[in-house]
Design a protein around this ligand. Sequence first.
Ligand code: SF4
Ligand code: SF4
Length: 251
Amino acid sequence: MREEDKPENRVEILTPQGLESSGAPQKMRMKKRSHCVRCGSCCKGGGPVLTKGDLPLFLSGILSHETAYTIREGELVRTEGDEEIFAAPMELIKIREKEGARGCFFHGEEAGCAIYENRPSQCRAYKCWAPEDLLTGLEKERLTRKEIFGSVGILLEIIARHEEKSSYGRLSAAFERLAQGSEDAVEEIMDALQYDTYVRPFLTERFSVPGETLDLILGRPLVETVNAFGFRIEREGDEYILLPIETEEQK
Ligand code: SF4
Ligand code: SF4
């Protein structure tokens, strides 16, 4: 008997659609999925988090630095489906999403996964019927920038300095103080933003780091991610201006 046909894998949901002849509410019978049917739905929600076991994919050229990015500790990220925003509890490296879309960079509507035979470990392990399994041991297993760039001391120093000047912990605290009316908070936010904006072209000009790799080395630009705090940045010449994002009701 196939796994999904076993009685323990059937789900019965009471529906308001009618009554059995006995008078009890009708039951809608469904089979609980117990194996992957390669429908690609999980790939449409975004790229996977990478683990230490995925490091050889960079070394073999299946993944490049341009196809991955860093979510920094404390960065505000959205859950799949955009229902909630939460602060990332730790640094995570992910495969990029497609430009202007949510799906994984490697997902094709017709062809499916372009690297299926070499897909990252999270893609192999993911079970949409038991998504919580994926979080088990993630803190220990996750890949970090230290593992990727460990042999390039100067990059690790630049990453550490960037965290010191522009960490999300510092930024969140400053936004909280701003909400309480502290004017100093604006200066602190702008300091963090300016450092993040300055260090990106510096890396490209001084060390010939390709622009597409910067989101992996430094995380996504603060001028973009600051939107999750309810603010946007406008540029006027060399000046940056911090403006609250108007909600639909405020417009
Ligand atoms: S894990 Fe689930 S959502 Fe993802 S491809 Fe397999 S069946 Fe589809
Ligand atoms: S790497 Fe492949 S399997 Fe994994 S999310 Fe992307 S398209 Fe899906």
